[in-house]
Design a protein around this ligand. Structure first.
Ligand code: SF4
Length: 292
């Protein structure tokens, strides 16, 4: 298999072979991220993709799922994605499901009709790293798109029948804008139909502009309690009939079943966590993290 740099995969998707379709990230400017800092964006050579598919067909006959990897392989044009999907079907005729990460603006270069065709060729789900639906926050973290672009772009997936996950980056607006970030993101998500909403808490990793800003006193990060309070504001506003995935310590209360059916129970568990928080313990766990 051909892989470049550190390989990231979605740990919540069922296990499946990983094919690197692109290297690096098309944007590579989000102020909290170092994932692909040293990997320039490129399409992986088509010969590599073909060789990897041959290897999967040989070593894992009967494969039904694949993850396309790279920061945002969904950025490829319809034509380029189609070419790769046709190769998948050539070598792995049993394929049913192909998933991958995406940026919201990866949807700009595809029509609904093209998305429908990609769905027929196996792209059934994409994971959208939205992070915030608050305009101030999006610009502050240099996410590279505007809040009012999110709903019209993501609705193209609904029209095409491609399911999607949305991520919310808890804490990324700092103390000063926490409430707006939580509320406005939930309000944007409420206009969409995610099957999963995923949330990670902000960790300030060495080498990120946001850590430099925090050290200069220009960014005011939340403590662990503030992060959970923000999460509560987000979930109180959220009305999506989805599953929730989070790295937080109260995850066990969240990840079982549908969010709406369990919303009261989840909010109570979260309040209990806030009332009995062990700030030092959680801060130690966060400090031990090495990457998003
Ligand atoms: S968060 Fe995602 S889009 Fe932003 S720089 Fe990192 S990999 Fe790229």
């Amino acid at each position: 298999m051909h892989y470049t740099g550190i390989l990231y995969r979605n740990p919540y998707q069922p296990p499946s072979p990983l094919i690197e379709i692109t290297q690096g990230c098309t944007h590579n400017k989000c102020k909290f991220c170092t994932m692909y800092k040293d990997v320039p964006f490129k399409m992986s050579p088509i010969d590599w993709v073909e060789e990897d598919l041959q290897e999967i067909a040989r070593d894992y006959p009967g494969t039904t799922r694949l993850q396309f990897v790279g920061a945002d392989p969904f950025v490829l044009s319809f034509k380029n994605l189609k070419k790769r999907l046709e190769l998948v079907h050539k070598y792995i005729p049993t394929i049913q499901t192909i998933t991958m990460a995406a940026r919201v603006d990866n949807l700009k270069n595809k029509t609904v009709e093209e998305l429908k065709e990609l769905r027929k060729l196996g792209i059934t789900n994409v994971e959208l790293g939205v992070e915030s639906g608050d305009e101030w926050t999006l610009q502050r973290i240099e996410k590279g798109y505007h809040a009012d672009e999110i709903v019209p772009l993501v609705r193209k997936l609904d029209e095409a029948g491609i399911t999607y996950w949305l991520t919310y980056l808890n804490g990324v607006a700092g103390k000063s804008h926490s409430l707006e970030h939580a509320k406005h993101t939930a309000e944007i998500f409420n206009q969409l139909n995610p099957i999963v909403v995923g949330s990670g808490g902000l960790t300030l990793f060495p080498g990120t502009p946001l850590l430099d800003e925090a050290q200069r006193g220009e960014f005011d990060p939340l403590d662990e309690k503030g992060m959970l309070e923000e999460m509560k504001n987000f979930l109180e506003t959220l009305t999506c009939d989805c599953r929730i995935i989070t790295h937080h310590t109260f995850a066990a209360h969240l990840t079982n079943g549908r969010f709406l059916e369990n919303k009261d129970k989840i909010l109570k568990a979260l309040q209990h966590e806030i009332d009995h928080i062990d700030e030092d313990y959680l801060a130690r766990i966060r400090k031990s993290k090495r990457t998003l």
